[in-house]
Design a protein around this ligand. Structure first.
Ligand SMILES: *[C@@H]1O[C@H](CO)[C@@H](O)[C@H](O)[C@H]1NC(C)=O
Ligand SMILES: *[C@@H]1O[C@H](CO)[C@@H](O)[C@H](O)[C@H]1NC(C)=O
Ligand SMILES: *[C@@H]1O[C@H](CO)[C@@H](O)[C@H](O)[C@H]1NC(C)=O
Ligand SMILES: *[C@@H]1O[C@H](CO)[C@@H](O)[C@H](O)[C@H]1NC(C)=O
Ligand SMILES: *[C@@H]1O[C@H](CO)[C@@H](O)[C@H](O)[C@H]1NC(C)=O
Ligand SMILES: *[C@@H]1O[C@H](CO)[C@@H](O)[C@H](O)[C@H]1NC(C)=O
Ligand SMILES: *[C@@H]1O[C@H](CO)[C@@H](O)[C@H](O)[C@H]1NC(C)=O
Ligand SMILES: *[C@@H]1O[C@H](CO)[C@@H](O)[C@H](O)[C@H]1NC(C)=O
Length: 651
């Protein structure tokens, strides 16, 4: 036993013997031995400090969540525990004490670790872990018993819709926890639980839980998907304390009506359905019936590429930026992106800029950073936000962009008070503009740049509502490998990420195509893909759009605010293209150049769309057999797979 272990054990025996020596069910742990600390190091002292603070009698076992930090970088240790939301403070403490002790055996000298038990999770790291989504050390577990096939469909549907409701409630609850049961046959219940660490924002919690629930094995009698930031679990028996859960939250009065989804009178719906069918038939009979517009020019020429600026000419003085942004004042803050806060700045000559103060350390040196900024600054197209320069000051890294006066697309699209400002012509122009911007990134810019985080909030609008794609090239600037097909870091946003990217970290130009398809559907419907909980069982916009298409009522997707004033053939064509973009197999999705062609010419015949991928409802067969094979023996009740190590940076 190391001296370190002895010290901690002594500590426990002296002060914690009073705590009942209950044992706790170990689930999984992850502590990569690639970063370790030496026994007597400052790091080990700091770790010891936070572990004893986390397990001290005064830690907040009543809220079930506590963080602790000690020391200065690079030896700073941050740690936390999270107890299952239904547990009493006593059980919580007992589990934390147990896990701290257990961590000494399972992770004797690793700098970061996460350990999961049925009742709690313990985590520590030398990195920033608070308020940050992480997928390092995630794992899926499944009970090998399969739900009988005559119940499986109902089981999956009941489970997924209940999980969705649980996520919605957990996100807004103070403990970021929800547990509930649902009946899937007259006599059988399924019990489920979702929980985030309460340091996450509502948005991050939702993102994390969506990732988690979408990977649950819905065809099994039990399963869980655990991540350091959140977890979800279901069983066919009660595995949490139902009395405690009831006490935690009063039962909901009734399922709340979601506003804005049923505002149409039946008469006009019928009229629209009938006219839709007629129009679709007409379109099928002959495309040209409605088409009188000339072929539009979808040019892809960059603005001007000859003024190739060297890295140094792009470097700006820190004080200039401080002055321009009024010392990064709160009133100049205009938003928050995936990589940091954004401020509006005004230079002495009156030029307005957007200043992005990067929050995450970029793991690469100054020279590489400068090089990559220079590369990205050369990407110039009227549908891309222009990168004007950068600034380096100490550890601070700042990017300076052209200022785009209107806000981002989501600001208009999803706000009932503003969606009217985007009429069909605007929306159509925006779809075409985004396509051209991405096409330029993919193919016309000499380099192949995959955006990887295409979404409505990354589309800025200029004064004439022309779209400009923002946040491209961030993977380069942050030194994440662009050439590798599999990535350890997932830089995406749930709801826009293609299945292969979200699940396996595989990205390609076709993952941008998937996100673009989601964007088209959002622009047309005015609905967000990732906050979409329909009562009729469609879990997301993509599924919903597909069902309408299959039922030959695609116009039902169209946002009411533009429904009566749009060019129906174009709307239908856009929905069609959107559905082609979200095909499950990346090979079946069109390329951006094909998409631009499809948008610009009505004579190009489009392939028939197929049912898109819903994330979890039907797990691929291969996945199941793989996991069955990986189960070591019948005495191992749970099998693990997909314990991939990736990080998720949403937005
Ligand atoms: C753990 O719990 C089980 C059943 O609750 C019990 O049989 C076993 O003795 C306990 N082990 C320890 C070390 O307390
Ligand atoms: C790290 O762990 C791997 C497998 O878990 C093992 O093969 C390797 O020897 C370990 N390395 C060190 C330095 O302990
Ligand atoms: C660690 O500390 C012990 C005593 O506290 C000392 O004997 C030993 O030499 C130290 N080891 C290292 C590697 O510093
Ligand atoms: C508990 O109290 C000790 C001192 O009494 C203090 O050092 C420690 O930080 C406290 N821990 C928490 C979680 O408040
Ligand atoms: C701490 O762990 C050791 C070995 O893993 C075990 O023998 C001991 O009982 C544990 N102590 C407590 C208080 O759980
Ligand atoms: C499913 O099949 C089993 C027999 O295999 C039967 O006992 C059960 O009633 C069936 N359930 C339903 C819902 O049909
Ligand atoms: C469940 O919770 C209630 C209320 O918090 C508590 O009184 C009861 O002892 C708990 N039951 C178990 C089995 O832990
Ligand atoms: C798997 O499910 C069965 C019930 O179908 C249950 O008895 C068993 O305990 C479960 N296994 C685990 C590890 O939870």
């Amino acid at each position: 036993m190391s001296s370190y272990t002895r010290i901690i054990s002594l500590l426990f025996f002296s002060s914690f013997l009073a705590v009942c020596a209950q044992n706790h069910t170990y689930v999984y742990h992850d502590c990569p031995n690639t970063t370790t600390y030496a026994r007597n190091s400052t790091y080990s002292t700091n770790l010891r400090t936070i572990l004893s603070s986390l397990s001290s009698p005064n830690a907040s076992y009543t809220t079930g969540f506590q963080t602790a930090a000690s020391g200065q970088a690079p030896d700073r240790v941050t740690g936390l525990f999270l107890c299952r939301g239904d547990l009493s403070p006593e059980v919580c403490r007992s589990c934390v004490v147990f896990s701290v002790n257990d961590s000494l055996t399972r992770c004797p000298n690793e700098r970061e670790a996460v350990l999961y038990y049925d009742e709690c999770m313990l985590r520590y790291s030398h990195r920033t872990i608070l308020s940050t989504l992480s997928r390092n050390g995630e794992a899926v577990f499944r009970n090998d018993t399969t739900i009988p096939s005559n119940q499986s469909e109902r089981f999956g549907n009941v489970l997924m819709s209940t999980l969705s409701q649980a996520v919605a409630d957990a996100v807004t609850s103070p403990r970021k926890f929800d547990a509930r049961k649902a009946e899937y046959t007259a006599a059988r219940n399924v019990y489920l639980l979702v929980q985030c660490t309460p340091d996450l924002t509502n948005q991050d919690c939702s993102t994390c839980l969506q990732v988690s629930i979408n990977q649950l094995p819905l065809d099994k009698v039990g399963g869980r998907f655990i991540l350091p930031s959140c977890n979800s679990r279901f069983e066919t028996y009660p595995f949490y304390n139902q009395t405690a859960v009831k006490a935690l939250s009063p039962p909901p009065v009734s399922a709340p009506e979601r506003p804005g989804k049923s505002g149409k009178s039946n008469g006009s719906v019928v009229a629209i359905v009938v006219s839709t069918i007629v129009v679709v038939l007409l379109l099928l009979a002959g495309y040209c019936f409605f088409t009188k517009r000339k072929k539009e020019a979808y040019d892809t020429a960059p603005a001007s590429d000859d003024e190739i600026s060297s890295a140094d000419s792009l470097q700006l003085d820190y004080r200039t930026i401080q002055a321009a942004t009024n010392y990064f004042s709160e009133s100049n803050n205009i938003g928050r992106g995936g990589f940091g806060e954004v401020y509006k700045g005004t230079f002495p000559n009156g030029t307005e800029v957007a200043v992005k103060r990067l929050s995450k350390t970029s793991g690469q040196g100054e020279a590489e950073f400068k090089n990559e900024v220079a590369v990205v600054a050369k990407l110039q197209h009227r549908n891309l936000v222009k990168l004007l320069g950068f600034c380096l000051e100490g550890t601070e890294r700042i990017l300076v962009y052209e200022y785009v006066p209107n806000k981002s697309l989501d600001y208009f699209l999803f706000d009932p008070a503003k969606e009217g400002q985007l009429d069909w012509d605007h929306r159509y122009k925006i779809i075409g503009g985004i396509a051209r911007g991405i096409l330029y990134l993919h193919q016309d810019s000499r380099l192949t740049i995959i955006h990887r985080d295409l979404k409505a909030s990354n589309i800025l609008l200029d004064a004439d509502m022309n779209p400009k794609v923002a946040d491209f090239g961030m993977a380069r600037i942050f030194g994440m490998d662009q050439t590798e097909e599999r990535t350890r870091r997932i830089v995406g946003t749930y709801g826009y990420m293609s299945p292969e990217y979200a699940m396996r970290g595989q990205y390609s130009m076709k993952s941008d195509v998937y996100s673009f398809g989601v964007l088209i559907l959002e622009i047309i419907s005015g609905k967000k893909n990732n906050s979409f909980f329909e009562t009729d069982g469609a879990r997301d916009l993509v599924t919903y759009a597909w069902r309408l298409w299959r039922n030959e009522t695609p116009l039902d997707l169209v946002a009411p605010v533009i429904r009566h004033n749009c060019q129906i053939n174009k709307v239908v064509r856009c929905i069609h293209i959107g559905l082609l973009c979200v095909r499950e197999d990346p090979a079946n999705r069109p390329t951006l150049s094909t998409i631009v062609m499809m948008l610009s010419s009505n004579t190009v015949t489009l392939p028939v769309p197929k049912q898109p991928k819903f994330f979890a409802q039907s797990r691929p067969k291969k996945d199941l057999t793989d996991s069955e094979q990986s189960t070591k023996s019948s005495s191992v009740p749970w099998s693990i797979d997909g314990a991939s190590i990736t990080e998720l940076y949403p937005r």
